[in-house]
Design a protein. Structure first.
Length: 318
């Protein structure tokens, strides 16, 4: 169960470029290295339960429960050893392998996590969540063929498993199969009504197809579930800007910046609106801020773009 070497992500954002006052820049779509869903919270345990220190001895179930208690206490890295011991004592205990996979994935150990999820599926061939997480880990490792196979298997076992549909949507998005990506994200929204990510990536898929009104509605749905969804607010602003609804666009860019003050795209978008509104001083201020953030984040291309717009704002005579 090997993962392919993960491709470098050149940028967190993929922009569609349009012309504004003789300068390229405007419309963008967040198309980052999408994190597949999977790190579902293990079953809740009473927080008042005693958490053993240096626990030794006991059955596989004892070690599994100790690991779950550590997860509940926010000590996921410490839980790994307990889940490993549980799996060692009882190799057929699927929950031990599964929770080990979750803990390893949270710790950034992608290959060991995939191995653990695979062992969970071997211990319990009907464990839909294990297949879904295995597919998600393989997707994150750019092993698309196997990821698709395991995600389809998860859906065969549990057709209402929203996480599996979401991860399959991410796979289709990576393959630029927008029609099937949209279908999967819609299914994920149907079965995971409280998760904002399927709605967000549905919006991304619609944007790629040029269906901007549908994209805007999907992003708005994401923000209703999570009012602090920075990228969703930003993309709403981008759509409104391109529809020349500058007042509404500015409000969305402001909301994006409020949810994450270190998100430079929001300031850049606001600067574009201020330029259209002939508010040169305000434009210069936010372009300067966007430049500082892009520069600090090592994004030379967009730091340079912000600097060019800053110079135009400083020189403008409306």
């Amino acid at each position: 169960m090997r993962l392919q070497k993960k491709k470098k992500v050149k940028s967190l954002l993929k922009y569609r470029l349009t012309r504004l006052i003789g300068v390229i820049l405007a419309f963008s779509v967040l198309l980052s290295a999408s994190t597949p869903s999977g790190a579902e919270t293990p079953p809740s345990y009473n927080k008042t339960l005693h958490i053993a220190q240096g626990y030794v001895g006991g059955t596989a179930a004892d070690f599994l429960n100790q690991g779950l208690q550590l997860i509940q206490a926010g000590r996921a890295p410490e839980s790994i050893a307990y889940f490993q011991k549980a799996a060692e004592l009882d190799p057929n205990m699927a929950p031990a392998h599964y929770n080990l996979g979750l803990a390893l994935r949270q710790a950034g150990q992608l290959q060991p996590a995939a191995d653990a999820f695979y062992r969970a599926t071997q211990a319990d061939p009907k464990f839909a969540l294990a297949y879904a997480n295995l597919g998600g880990a393989l997707l994150e490792g750019a092993n698309w063929q196997q990821a698709g196979d395991y995600l389809q298997r998860a859906i065969e076992i549990d057709a209402k498993l929203g996480m599996a549909h979401y991860n399959l949507g991410l796979l289709r998005k990576q393959q630029r199969d927008w029609e099937n990506a949209i279908k999967s994200f819609k299914k994920a929204m149907e079965y995971s009504k409280n998760a904002p990510e399927p709605a967000y990536y549905l919006g991304v898929s619609y944007m790629e197809q040029g269906q901007l009104d549908k994209a805007r509605d999907a992003f708005r749905r994401a923000t209703k579930i999570n009012p602090n969804y920075t990228e969703a607010h930003y993309n709403i602003g981008s759509i409104l800007y391109n529809q020349r609804k500058y007042k509404e666009a500015l409000e969305s860019f402001r909301r994006s910046a409020e949810t994450n003050t270190n998100y430079p795209n929001a300031y850049y978008g606001a600067g574009l609106v201020f330029m259209q509104q002939r508010q040169c001083n305000d434009a210069a201020q936010v372009f300067q801020y966007a430049f500082n953030l892009f520069n600090a984040q090592g994004n030379a291309q967009w730091a340079n773009a912000s600097q060019q717009m800053l110079q135009q704002a400083q020189a403008c005579r409306f």
